[in-house]
Structure formats: structure tokens, C-alpha cells
Design a protein around this ligand. Structure first.
Ligand code: NAD
Ligand code: MG
Length: 397
């Protein structure tokens, strides 16, 4: 008889696109998974519903007022402990009640709780790429020190992970790997002229052709910054360099990435564009479980296409590669500037085509120092945001 080890899962960012997809996989396997903690920022109604269904030990709202509202709304569930504030996020991420943490908060705010889960040595399902991009080597050193199992959830990195020899995932060297082919959809504006990119609206940028995702990553996909963040993410996760990675725009989003070997073999992972596949892979690894994903119908898809990314129209990919080469705090500043620029674009205060300009100007105006501690990273993140906001305002007048 096969015994199933039941996992206790905490979900950081439970009400988001990745959080809800994670809960959908968990819902299908009550024998394998139970929920220890659910966290969100302000969406009280959504949390009330999720708490009734999954009965976590902890429910955390990053916003203190939202925590009070949740606590009142859950008075009929006294077993669920409601907490508020960013400290509480870190507390539950590292709490002994769970063995697995889904890191699915969007942006730099996700770094402290993700790090708390890493330091507690858990299985960490990493969706929050910004956390790794900002802190790179410090983050990976923390992984090595605690022995945490960090499994990539980003579909491309999960694909690469699945195409690598299991004992070599932390290092492409010595495994006969010659190249990583990182695929990109190209986003909703792949065929737009540079001129027309000045007029695109937030709703158009968030309308991704193949994936349904949160707003921030949808805009990142449209600017190709998402691929830039993923290039850096791949370098840290697989201990490799940008020279080993070649971005292939593949508009069908069926091949999620590939690994090329010295003998000419190229291994690919394919599937319908549905995040429940990499999420189920991370939750159950090394086993395979049903994820609710529609089977791949290659007859319907018919053809695959590949293009080189156009760095003239989409400079964000180049900016990310340059920030990684520069090293130190440059990636943290680049990420901070991008978050500010995306948020300004979403609120109608910045033109889409000026997102890369803000990042470039912020990087030029912020001194790069060695990334010697997490405090340095947080300070540079704050500095990058302040500079980016000034640059956004300067463009508005
Ligand atoms: P989303 O916007 O749909 O959800 C974000 C979640 O984070 C929500 O639960 C929200 O309550 C929480 N959150 C937001 N601000 C917070 C704060 N200040 N403090 C605490 N919690 C906060 O985002 P998403 O699309 O699910 O993406 C989540 C992460 O996963 C991102 O880093 C993204 O890059 C990554 N990712 C997403 C996808 C995808 O398909 N959606 C794919 C790959 C990687
Ligand atoms: Mg991705």
C-alpha cells in the first residue's frame, strides 16, 4: 500500500490569481493537502469565503483594518485565528504548523514573508519572482543555509526544472547543458508598432492573449519586463548566466521552455497555458497529481511559431539583463522602478511606452552598492521607488 504524506500548506496571496489556482488544486486532493494559513491584502469578502471552505488555522490580512473586518465576519469560526499586519505575514510563513508555503504575493512586499518561509526550511513554491530578483544571491544563500526546497512555479522555470536532471537543478554546469531556451508569449502588443504603444490602455495591457493573471504581471508581460525578471530568476534558480539563456517568443504559449544538451537533444515541457500545472507539480513533487487542466490538443493548435524578441520596441528585457550584469543593488532598484511605473500606468498617470524610460532614468539616478544585506536591499528598494515617483511626476508636467 502506498502511504501519502499529507502536506500542510500556507498560501501567501491566497486571493490572487496564483493563490486561487493553488486552492483549486488543493480542493481536488483533500487526502493530500490541508490549509494552514491563508493571507491577503485587503479582500475581506474573498477571504471570508475561502476561510469557510478551507478552515485554516490562520487568516492574515496585511491591512490592519481589513483584519478587524475579517475577524468580525468570521466570528462563527472561532478556530480560525485572524491576524493583521506585515509582521503577521512573516510569522505564519515561518510557523511550524505548515510544511509548504506558496509564495504568491505580488511584488517586493512579498520578500519578507517568502524569506521567513525559506529560513524556516520549508518547501517553498516560488511564484513571487520579484523577491528573488531583488535579493538574488542573499536569497539563494538563505536557501542553502536552511535547506529549504525552493520549487519554481513560474511556468517557464517549472518547465526548465522538469527538463533538467533532478540532481543538477541548482547548477547547469557539469550536466551537459548547453543552453536554456526561455519562451515568451510576446504579450498582447507583440505585433504593435512602436508608435501605437504610446496609446495603449491599461485594460488592453491586462488582456493577455493566452494567460489569465493579476494586473501587475499582465503589464509586465506586455512590456517584456516579465521576461527580464524571468531571465534573472532563471540565473539565480539554476546558477547560470544570461549568456546561457536565449529568449524565444512563442506566441502559442504551449512550450513553456526548453533545455538543450551537448548531444543536441532539446527537452521541452508542453501543456495548456494553465498555472495549475506548475502549481500541482510543485505541490506534489516528485509525484504527479491531477490538476484540472484541459488536455493538450495539438491537432487544434496546429502550428508553433518562434521569433526573436524585439528589444527596440520592448527595451525592458534589455534593461533587466543590464541590471543583472551590473549586479549589487541594481536589480532591486530596477524592480522598484518597474513596480512604481506599472502602478502609475495602471492608474492612468503614465503612458505605457514611458515605463522603460522611468526604469532607465531611475537606474541612472541611483547609486549601485554591493548587495551585502537584506537591509541594504530594502533601503535601495525604497530609494528606487522615491526616485521613480519623482521621474513619473517630472514626465507628467
Ligand atoms: P494577483 O494580483 O492576482 O494577487 C496578488 C496577491 O497578493 C493577492 O492575494 C493580494 O491580496 C496579495 N497582496 C497584494 N499586495 C499585498 C500586500 N501589500 N501585502 C500582502 N499581500 C498583498 O497576482 P498574481 O497574478 O497571482 O501574481 C502573484 C505573484 O506570482 C507575482 O509575483 C507574479 O509575478 C507571480 N506569477 C504569477 C503568474 C500568474 O499566472 N498569475 C505566473 C507566474 C508568476
Ligand atoms: Mg512566467
Amino acid at each position: 500500500m502506498v502511504t501519502i504524506v499529507k502536506r500542510r500548506v500556507s498560501i501567501l496571496g491566497a486571493t490572487g490569481s496564483i493563490g486561487l489556482s493553488t486552492l483549486d488544486v488543493i480542493r481536488r486532493h483533500p487526502d493530500r493537502f490541508s490549509v494552514s494559513a491563508l493571507t491577503a491584502s485587503t479582500s475581506v469578502d474573498s477571504m471570508v469565503e475561502l476561510c469557510h471552505e478551507f478552515r485554516p488555522r490562520y487568516a492574515v490580512m496585511a491591512d490592519e483594518n481589513a483584519a478587524e473586518a475579517l475577524s468580525r465576519a468570521l466570528s462563527d469560526l472561532p478556530a480560525v485565528l485572524v491576524l493583521g499586519g506585515s509582521e503577521a505575514l512573516c510569522q505564519v510563513a515561518g510557523d511550524d504548523d505548515s510544511d509548504t508555503v506558496m509564495a504568491a504575493i505580488v511584488g517586493a512586499v512579498g520578500l519578507p514573508p517568502t524569506l521567513a518561509a525559506v529560513r524556516a526550511g520549508k518547501r517553498v513554491l516560488l511564484a513571487n519572482k520579484e523577491a528573488l530578483v531583488m535579493s538574488g544571491k542573499l536569497f539563494m544563500d538563505a536557501v542553502l543555509a536552511s535547506g529549504a526546497d525552493v520549487l519554481p512555479i513560474d511556468s517557464e522555470h517549472n518547465a526548465i526544472f522538469q527538463c533538467m536532471p533532478p540532481d543538477k537543478i541548482r547548477d547547469t554546469r557539469g550536466a551537459g547543458i548547453t543552453r536554456i531556451l526561455l519562451t515568451a508569449s510576446g504579450g498582447p502588443f507583440r505585433t504593435h508598432s512602436a508608435e501605437s504603444l504610446r496609446n495603449v490602455l491599461p485594460a488592453e495591457a491586462c488582456n493577455h492573449p493566452n494567460w489569465s493573471m493579476g494586473q501587475k504581471i499582465s503589464v509586465d508581460s506586455a512590456t517584456l519586463m516579465n521576461k527580464g525578471l524571468e531571465l534573472i530568476e532563471a540565473c539565480w534558480l539554476f546558477n547560470t548566466t544570461p549568456e546561457m539563456i536565449e529568449v524565444h517568443v512563442h506566441p502559442e504559449s504551449i512550450i513553456h521552455s526548453m533545455v538543450e544538451y551537448a548531444d543536441g537533444s532539446v527537452l521541452a515541457q508542453l501543456g495548456s497555458p494553465d498555472m495549475r500545472t506548475p502549481i500541482a507539480n510543485g505541490l506534489a513533487w516528485p509525484e504527479r497529481i491531477e490538476a484540472g487542466v484541459a488536455p493538450l490538443d495539438l491537432f487544434r493548435i496546429g502550428q508553433f511559431h518562434f521569433e526573436r524578441p524585439d528589444l527596440e520596441r520592448f527595451p525592458c528585457l534589455r534593461l533587466a539583463a543590464e541590471a543583472f550584469h551590473e549586479g549589487g543593488t541594481a536589480p532591486a532598484v530596477m524592480n522598484a522602478a518597474n513596480e512604481e511605473a506599472v502602478s502609475a500606468f495602471l492608474s492612468g498617470n503614465l503612458c505605457f511606452a514611458d515605463i522603460p524610460l522611468i526604469i532607465e532614468r531611475t537606474l541612472a539616478a541611483t547609486e549601485v552598492v554591493p548587495a551585502d544585506s537584506f537591509d541594504t536591499i530594502f533601503a535601495k528598494d525604497a530609494e528606487g521607488r522615491a526616485v521613480a515617483r519623482e521621474q513619473i511626476q517630472a514626465l507628467a508636467v
